[in-house]
Structures are given as C-alpha cells and as structure tokens.
Design a binder for this molecule. Structure first.
Ligand code: SAM
Length: 295
C-alpha cells in the first residue's frame, strides 16, 4: 500500500459527506425501503410475541433513516407494544442527524431512543465488563460490518444478545456486485487496515455457515450513478471515488497507475453498465437474516 493513502473513515466529516452523496446517487435506500415494505413484516412476525416491550438494537445506524422505517413496521405488527430502541453509533454527526430526524418525525411516542456514541467493539466491551444481560428481539447491522476488526467474533457476540425468536438483520454489498469485483482486484492495494475490511455478504454467509448459525439470504438490486467520477476536477466525482475505494482523497493521494487502473476498471462490465449515457455501477446488496441461537 502506498503510504500517502489513508482510510476514508479516518476523516469522519469527509466520510459522512461522501456517504450522503453516495445515497443521493444510488438506489441504496430505496431498495432497502422496498425490502422493508414487502418482507420485513414476515421477518418480525414473532419477535414480540407475549411481550409488553420490544428491545431493538441498531449497530452503525447512521442518521436513522432506515431504522425509523423498520421500527414503523415493527409497530404495525405489534401496535400496543412499546419499543426500546438502543443505538450504537460512533459518529457524533450521524447521532445528531438521527436525533433531528426523530425530533421532526411525528408518532414516535411508543419508542424510547437511547444513543451510545460507541463502536460495536466498545459496546461489546461495556456489556461484558458490566455483565449486562439485556436481550434484544431485533438487532440490525446495515452496511457497517466493513468497519469491525473481527467479524466472526462480532457476529457471535451480537447473536448471543438475541432473545428467543429474536432476529439479527445484516445488510452488506452482494458478493456479485461491482464492489466485489473492485475489491477482489484492488482491495489489497488500497488502505486496508483496522478501519475497513473489503468484505461482502458472500463472506458473511460463509462465516455464518461455519458458525452453524441458521440464516436466510435475500438479494436486492441496486444502482449507483458514477458518471461524475469520470469528469476531471468534479468534486462530487472525487467524493464518490473516495467512497468506492474507502480512501480519503483517493484521486490526489493514490499512485498514478493505481488511480488510472481503478478509474478504468470502474467502467468495465464487472463493475458497471452504460444506461442513457450514464455510467451505472452495480450496487447490488444482500440482506442476511440470522436466527436466534434459542430459536
Ligand atoms: C455506511 S454507513 C451506514 C449507515 C446506516 N446503517 C445506513 O445504512 O444508512 C456506516 C455507519 O457505521 C458507523 N460505524 C463505523 N464504524 C463503526 C463501528 N466500529 N461500530 C459501529 N458503527 C460503526 C458509521 O459511523 C456509519 O454511520
């Protein structure tokens, strides 16, 4: 790895800015919303049976847009039941956006929100040190497992927090997405470090298999318009390139050969296709629903 390159996550405001731009340029949240609309009711249909309160844990919730939609589906299924929503999110900017969203959204009186400004590893250490015994009926980790150091241990820990009939929902890029093509070819040349792993849902499914964890996989089709990445000097294009490579200021800090190779690769059919004069990156995702050990 070239020493000039550093992980995008080491600059939190640039990370949040490029993530927001990625959301604007992709169907990432729309395809999650469709999934929530059409499939989540079935997934959560027995998580709260016989309970007076449902415990939800969001890990790496960001600004909470997807969280609130899932909470609404849980409420539809269990209208008279209160929800305790615990959130683990290390970014102060994201926590602030989440709080603003809750403040602006009517009809959330049945939910209590508790934000923990922590990484998942810090939360795990706290739970263990305090010997906390809280069990959760629904845990989600949406597009965040790239950022943990030990993925199998994290999966094992959070699964152990599930109540009987509880569900752990994970979303990551699909093993058949443009991300997977890009990372397989160039991941080892990018600033892979403690802060970011180039893993896909395919890797997670393999890990769950070896952990003996019962799970189901759903594929979601999603696109990302990366046309701006090919316009010289375009700031949005530069931020999108940062997000694609998880590298801070990729265009300026990457060695010239690597930069040119990646920019060329992004146009190729393993990553993208042309549509209406635009270059559309394959942002396909997978949802993995893991059963409780006590199911
Ligand atoms: C790609 S964003 C996804 C946000 C949200 N789940 C969504 O899909 O819109 C990843 C989130 O994980 C958070 N994050 C990064 N490292 C983390 C860690 N070690 N533990 C928990 N969350 C983390 C980031 O701050 C960010 O909000």
């Amino acid at each position: 790895m070239e020493s000039g390159m550093r992980s995008l996550l080491s600059d939190n405001s640039r990370y949040v800015e490029s993530f927001r731009l990625f959301l604007r340029n992709s169907t990432e949240h729309q395809c999650m919303q469709n999934f929530i609309e059409n499939k989540l009711a079935d997934i959560v249909c027995s998580i709260g049976n016989g309970k007076t309160a449902i415990n939800v844990l969001g890990v790496g919730s960001g600004s909470g847009e997807i969280d609130l939609q899932m909470l609404s589906k849980i409420h539809d299924r269990y209208p008279g039941v209160s929800i305790h929503n615990n959130i683990i999110e290390p970014s102060p900017e994201q926590i602030l956006s989440y709080k603003e969203r809750v403040f602006k959204t009517p009809g959330l009186d049945h939910i209590t929100f508790h934000w923990n400004k922590k990484t998942s590893a810090e939360f795990e250490a706290q739970v263990k040190a305090e010997k906390q015994e809280t069990k959760y009926d629904f845990i989600h980790m949406i597009q965040m497992l790239y950022y943990v150091k030990d993925v199998p241990a994290t999966l094992t820990f959070f699964r152990s927090l599930l109540a009987a009939h509880g569900k752990l929902l994970i979303i990551l890029v699909s093993g058949k997405s443009g991300w997977s093509t890009l990372w397989k070819k160039y991941g080892s040349l990018l600033p892979l470090n403690d802060l970011c792993l180039y893993i896909t849902a395919g890797d997670i499914a393999d890990m769950l298999q070896s952990l003996g964890a019962k799970h189901q996989v759903y594929d979601l089709q999603s696109d990302m318009d990366i046309t701006e990445c090919f316009v010289d000097g375009d700031r949005n294009g530069e931020l999108l390139l940062d997000f694609l490579t998880e590298t801070c200021d990729f265009k300026k800090t990457a060695p010239t050969d690597l930069r040119d190779d990646i920019i060329q690769e992004l146009r190729k059919s393993g990553c993208s296709s042309m549509r209406d004069g635009k270059i559309i990156f394959n942002n396909n995702l997978s949802v993995i629903v893991v059963e409780s050990e006590q199911a």
